[in-house]
Write a protein that binds this ligand. Structure first.
Ligand code: PBG
Ligand code: ZN
Length: 323
């Protein structure tokens, strides 16, 4: 059973043969495109560290959402930048808040698109943390109430899926309870289950204007040294009722993606985050890497590791390249 009986190169000799035996598929219907929405009219403000991404007012958001739909991408993940922030992040569940209005407009204008909302307070709090501050730390249990209110408000405004990204303990159960008690029994929860405290979120914090004013997020997001702990986080979210679990970031955590899929067989999303995007965009702009090949290789690797769904700022480009 060895050379020269077997020659591995036989099945690599032409594009057709390679296509016939390839193991991992990548299709636009696996992708989710993140978008940033701001108040105002006709706004399309470039995010400097994320070339090709914008903070957009609702009219322009709707226009881009149509393009996303036409490319065969099934859903978008929405982040809102409120007009005003406060200590408790009350803008997060304002009936006329930025996300709530964006949801209504998108549901009306692009009904085919799945609307997924990021549920977290950091865009809405004046201090930029993902919850309510008490004694210089994020108070877990006070925050749960706010997150449940926020998720419910999103569902009422038209969200198809809610995606809590705060990393408070017990938030999935709190959100499930709030949704169910108001009749939203069929609204899935996609939980950011294994979310690591990562340098790769840097560009996003410019995009979402959500940098913490003091300290960092290490008391709630995960330590990058841990894999068993990631499994515990995922299993707890599943027990609490998560429908889809997420690993974030993606490429530095392919081992976690692999392990979560192998050990849970649950629907699994991976978030290829802002810093991962910016690294490719910057090196491609310098002429140091072939952008299309680098992106498709990254996406394929994330799928191969076990992700069913990829959340990525490259989604529109990938969909174009694949069709
Ligand atoms: C909010 C949130 C963040 C990201 C998604 N939701 C930032 C953070 O936790 O600091 C990061 C997304 C990205 O970097 O693309 N909690
Ligand atoms: Zn947050």
């Amino acid at each position: 059973m060895y050379f020269p009986t077997y020659r591995m190169r036989r099945l690599r000799q032409s594009e057709q043969i390679r296509n016939l035996v390839h193991e991992t598929d990548l299709l636009p219907d696996r992708l989710i495109y993140p978008m940033f929405v701001v108040h105002g009219q006709d706004k399309r403000i470039p995010i400097e560290s994320m070339p090709g991404c914008y903070q957009q007012s609702i009219n322009n958001l709707v226009e881009e959402a149509r393009e996303v739909r036409d490319l065969g991408i099934p859903g978008v993940l929405l982040f809102g930048i409120p007009a005003e922030k406060d200590e408790a992040g009350t803008g997060a569940y304002d009936e006329e808040g930025i996300i709530q209005m964006a949801l209504a407009a998108l549901k009306e204008e692009v009904p085919e698109l799945l609307l997924i909302t990021d549920v977290c307070l950091c865009e809405y709090t004046s201090h930029g943390h993902c919850g309510i501050i008490k004694d210089n730390d994020v108070d877990n249990d006070l925050t749960l109430e706010m997150l449940a209110k926020m998720a419910l408000s999103h569902a009422e405004s038209g969200a198809d899926i809610v995606a809590p990204s705060d990393m408070m303990d017990g938030r999935v159960a709190a959100i499930r309870g709030a949704l169910d008690s108001e009749g939203f029994i069929n609204t899935p929860i996609m939980s950011y289950a294994a979310k690591f405290a990562s340098a790769y979120y840097g560009p996003f914090r410019e995009a979402a204007e959500s940098s913490p004013e003091f300290g960092d997020r290490r008391s709630y997001q995960m330590d990058c040294r841990n894999s068993d702990e990631a499994m515990r986080e995922v299993l707890l979210d599943i027990e609490e009722g998560a429908d889809i679990v997420m690993v974030k970031p993606a490429l530095p955590y392919l081992d976690i993606i692999y392990r979560v899929k192998q050990e849970t067989k649950f629907p699994l999303a991976a978030y290829h985050v802002s810093g991962e995007y910016s690294m490719i965009k910057a090196t491609a702009a310098a002429g140091w890497i072939d952008e299309k090949r680098a992106v498709l290789e990254a996406m394929t690797a994330i799928r191969r590791a076990g992700a069913d769904t990829i959340i990525t700022y490259h989604a529109k480009d990938v969909a174009r390249w694949l069709t």
